[in-house]
Design a binder for this molecule. Structure first.
Ligand code: B16
Ligand code: MG
Length: 207
């Protein structure tokens, strides 16, 4: 049996993608760049600066590092306004019973999110206390690098091979497999080929 369960946040515990989309779209509109929901889909699990780079690559202009820092800060300020509205009602179906069941079986619970807003989001959802460890992405290389998942395992003192991890992004699933954890993909069917098991939603795991 697994000794730790490691969760991605955005797309697994709650759906913040529409807020990210709204915030990136605002920036793209200001810059005259066409940015669609499909483009946003590609940014799942990708960290903030890398997401900005990919958005800017859809346009013609090139910007200085200073300009990019300012754009990322603007996007984040707007995003933070949007996520202020998150409450416990925004926890995705199946999450609470799954966390309960795992905790009852003494499985350690950790968060491995690329988001620097993870703590704010967990506070809004009133979930902070449910996790034994929240890995800090500050010094982690972006997914698909395994860093954030390794930090999470280290944080709960469980060897990666004894961890099961839940992810909704290809980059995240690659990170999980790269550190030999059992990978559960959550969401689209096309994620299947990157994982060891697949569910559309976490409530499918409850018996
Ligand atoms: P922030 P996850 C990721 O969270 C999101 O999927 C991704 O879209 C976002 O760009 C990234 O966090 C960084 O977020 O700007 O809040 O630091 O899926 O790894 O929980
Ligand atoms: Mg995610």
């Amino acid at each position: 049996a697994y000794k730790a369960a490691i969760f991605d946040l955005d797309g697994v515990i709650t759906d913040t993608a529409p807020f990210h989309f709204k915030a990136w779209k605002k920036l793209a509109d200001e810059l005259g760049i066409r940015f669609t929901e499909e483009d946003n889909e590609q940014l799942k699990g990708v960290d903030r600066m890398e997401s900005l780079e990919r958005l800017l690559a859809l346009g013609e202009h090139r910007y200085s590092d200073e300009e990019k820092q300012a754009m990322a800060a603007d996007k984040n300020a707007y995003y933070q306004q949007l996520i202020e509205q998150l409450t416990a009602e925004d926890i995705l179906p199946g999450v609470m019973p799954l966390l309960d069941q795992l905790a009852k079986n003494s499985v350690k619970l950790a968060i491995a999110s690329a988001s620097r807003n993870a703590r704010t989001i967990l506070n809004g959802l009133q979930l902070t206390d449910r996790f034994d460890y929240i890995a800090d992405p500050t010094y982690a290389r972006s997914k698909p690098a395994p860093d954030i998942f390794l930090y999470a395992a280290y944080g709960v003192k469980v060897h990666p091979t004894q961890c099961i991890a839940f992810e909704d992004s290809i980059a995240g699933l690659q990170a999980i497999k790269d550190c030999s954890m059992f990978a559960v993909s959550v969401g689209h069917d096309d994620l299947r080929r990157y994982s060891d098991a697949h569910v559309h939603r976490l409530d499918e795991l409850l018996t």
